[in-house]
Design a binder for this molecule. Structure first.
Ligand SMILES: Cc1cc2nc3c(=O)[nH]c(=O)nc-3n(C[C@H](O)[C@H](O)[C@H](O)COP(=O)(O)O)c2cc1C
Ligand code: SF4
Length: 428
């Protein structure tokens, strides 16, 4: 593909326009025309449109959004809920924050259309506890839409009612996992639940519930305005549309960038991010948030940014939280930090995660801090094995995957810190 032409913007199409974070600003760029259009369609037709667009969930798993909406049982006598996942806590990821701060009405328009499509009459906006400005923006936007009659009874004369409740998290990463989010919303400890049943069948308060990431919903107004086929034309065959990448680390211009799916990672680093800081060499990239496997520079620089290409390279696109690592950084030191994070955030329900993440973290601490024992790398490999696939949610895997990939590509850095049986460190 020729990327010399400007990359199409979907989510950030109007981001730079004046006052677009206000109701009038969003209206001025065609805001709410997508909602008007959707309300003239049947809910099932809206679901089909989003399916045809090929939009995939941007919260990490990449599950097709329209297909998920279609899982809501037909003719249920229970209320149906929409939960907007604005908990955004994966290290390296900060795109939902930008969407809520800069384009709150676009996010809400997408959520209202989604609620209509799944026939919900109540929506919850579960927002990360530390997000002050985004919360103020969303709260004010919801109030404004209530005053304008775009939230409440008989929206735009459609006969359909919808209300929104903002629920502010209390700082636990695990409440971003959809069933942990639901537990927290219900007033319980924010602990994930075993699936199945999936939330679409039995979610919040035992009722059918769709949990969607902010970025997924934010793409819906564009899709409704421009049509599913316009969206499906963007990106690659299986990864349609555009994606936000929150780039952090050792680049000259860290930030949140929108690119079409399939855009080369190398171009994102060189063009949008202005290259490496202080002219240092790229050592590695974590492409999709800190829980995703790390890619060494030579692999990362050959990778395109779509679900299939990143997977073929040995990692995952995840939430698009891209962490850029240069050759001055110590991989054992970085993995130590990840170990501390995941160990701290374990909710404690599953024995392998409750015991394994702090154990892994303690071993990673001593390796990085020069106090390693001869068999520490084998111990870490063993811990990674029993953290994988043995627990209720994927938090345990979120430490296992980095351990495995850091060892796979940068093992010599760890070996250099581990003494041999004779008490020497192999790295001298
Ligand atoms: C440990 C863990 C943390 C997660 N944190 C988030 C999060 O902060 N935001 C989010 O949207 N999804 C998060 N997810 C994914 C959600 O469980 C869920 O898949 C997502 O909200 C679905 O929305 P989507 O289909 O629009 O992507 C997390 C998953 C796990 C396992
Ligand atoms: S894997 Fe960890 S975070 Fe997830 S439910 Fe089990 S103990 Fe909680």
């Amino acid at each position: 593909m020729d990327w010399s032409e400007a990359v199409t913007r979907v989510l950030f199409e109007h981001r730079d326009e004046k006052d677009v974070h206000t109701f009038e600003g969003w209206k001025a760029v065609g805001g709410f025309s997508a909602l008007e259009k959707a309300l003239k369609m049947k809910p099932e037709e809206v679901v089909e449109e989003v399916k045809a667009a090929g939009l995939r969930g941007r919260g990490g798993a990449g599950f097709p959004t329209g297909v998920k909406w279609g899982f809501i049982p037909k003719n249920t006598d229970k209320p149906i809920y929409l939960c907007v996942n604005a908990d955004e806590s994966e290290p390296g990821t900060c795109k939902d924050r930008v969407l809520m701060e800069d384009l709150p009405f676009m996010c809400l328009e997408g959520a209202i259309i989604a609620a209509y499509a799944i026939k919900a009459s109540m929506a919850f906006w579960y927002i990360r506890g530390e997000f002050d400005l985004p919360e103020r923006r969303m709260r004010a936007a919801i109030e404004t839409l209530r005053e304008k009659g775009l939230i409440g009874k008989n929206i735009l004369g459609s006969g359909w009612d919808l209300d929104f409740v903002i629920h502010r998290g209390a700082g636990a990463y695990i409440c971003g996992e959809e069933t942990g989010l639901i537990s927290s919303l219900e007033g319980d400890k924010g602990q994930p639940k075993i699936k199945p049943p999936f939330p679409a069948i039995k979610g919040a308060f035992g009722c059918p519930t769709i949990v969607n990431n902010v970025e997924s919903l934010a793409a819906v107004p564009w899709i409704m305005r421009n049509g599913a086929s316009a969206y499906a034309k963007l990106g690659t065959e299986k990864s349609n549309g555009t994606k936000l990448f929150s780039v952090s680390g050792q680049v000259n211009r860290p930030g949140v960038y929108e690119v079409e799916m399939g855009y080369p990672l190398r171009d994102l680093l060189e063009n949008e991010c202005g290259g490496m800081k202080r002219g240092r060499a790229l050592k590695a990239v974590i492409p999709g948030g800190s829980s995703m496997p790390v890619l060494p520079a030579e692999v990362a620089l050959q990778t395109n940014l779509d679900y299939e290409s990143v997977q073929a390279a040995g990692s995952m696109l995840g939430s698009g939280g891209m962490i850029v690592i240069d050759d001055s950084q110590s991989m054992p030191e970085l993995l130590k930090i990840l170990g501390r994070f995941y160990s701290h955030e374990s909710c404690g329900q599953c024995t392998p995660c409750r015991e394994g993440t702090p154990w892994g973290s303690r071993v990673l601490d001593r390796v990085a801090d020069g106090a390693a024992r001869p068999d520490d790398l084998e111990t870490l490999e063993r811990i990674a094995r029993f953290l994988s696939g043995t627990t209720i949610c994927l938090l345990a895997d979120s430490l296992a995957m980095p351990i495995r990939s850091f060892f796979q590509h940068f093992r010599e850095e760890f070996e250099a810190l581990v003494p041999t049986e004779a008490g020497e460190k192999s790295g001298g």
